[in-house]
Design a protein. Sequence first.
Length: 453
Amino acid sequence: MLGFVNTIESLNSTINGLVWGPYMLILLVGTGVFFSFKTNFLQIREFGFTMKETLMKIFDKPEDSQEGDITPFQALATALAATIGTGNIAGVATAIAIGGPGAIFWMWVSAFFGMMTKFAEVVLAIKYREKNAEGSFVGGPMYYIEKGLGLKWLAVIFSIFGALAAFGIGNMVQSNSVAAALGEYNVPPLVTGIALAVAAGAVILGGLKRIASVTERIVPVMAVFYIIGAVIILITHIGQIPAAFGLIFKHAFTPASAVGGFTGAVVMQAMRFGVARGVFSNEAGLGSAPIAHAAARTDHPVRQGLWGIFEVFADTIVICTLTALAIISTGVWSSGVTGAALTTSAFNKGLPGPGGVIVAIGILFFAFSTILSWAYYGEKCAEHILGSGINKFYRILWLPLIIVGAVGSLDLIWDIADTLNGLMAVPNLIGLLGLSGVVIKLTKEFFTEKLGR
């Protein structure tokens, strides 16, 4: 049995190295670069309009004539619930711990171009969505790959990767992170797992509309709660902010020497881990978020695509940056600690007393909301292969695995889920690049014909 496990670990490690290696990261960022140039850098040129159509219309209700099952903001909240997760707390810290402060610069670069990748994903999700047997709108990479490119076999491959990856990256890994965080306060993992499963079940069993209804309430509260804590730390360490930015820009292009518990990092490490953690956080190019956006009520694919730009901006440029600055400005980045423990250390130093509690609560809500959204993502991937009859079974199967994740040791599961999550990007990027002409055409149509520009 041990030999079998070791074989699986070795095989997965090899595949993971290819999936998250430099070529994949270049392809992920390169896709965003491609769409940036083809749209004349829409994320800059129309940034004000994007904020006006998203941030300023969060509480607006769509017109009755617009088709869809949930509001644009509910779609965003469901997508953000999945992306604003442990990656914002542990992922950023890991990037700094391994790649040094310079990793944050490359995280910004991946997010800047990732805005356009996410924009293209959402545009295509709306363009090629359809109604399922239950009368609900469904869409995402599996639909635009099949309907747009005519490659049903590739759509099925994406669906398989998505349905399986969800159980790891969106379920067991999340409950394990919560159990570890609450374990610091002597909460037994089994109690954490059962509580999460019961709470998640009350939401997930109600389907997308209930998930969207809950996430539109949780996401703003959890994001503001965490942001306030980080901002207070930055205000109390305002004198260190210029030096923090200095380290970020300096070590983006020059090696970071060993200091304290930090073992040093070359520029390639900063670049690789900055880009990888950025992608892991905002999921631009992985194909998960457009599954939620496909159900949004909107009058044009591009209008919903603007929410994709805002999604990456909020997740990485705002929240990940606040985490990074808190870690660097408090000086704990070179302590040798990594992951969520490093972020906790920064918050404890910056806010003695409540700091660690803020991170623990952040992990709890970030992970819980991720469990809700990924349950829907995985379900829709399974539905694409097996039909809508699989939905209730998938939801029921989802719940006990939350408990398994909370009490188990998940190193191998995490690694396999990370690989499957990355493999989702391959068919999705093929779909995005293959249908790039559709994205460009719809973008020009929206801004010229609809807005008269």
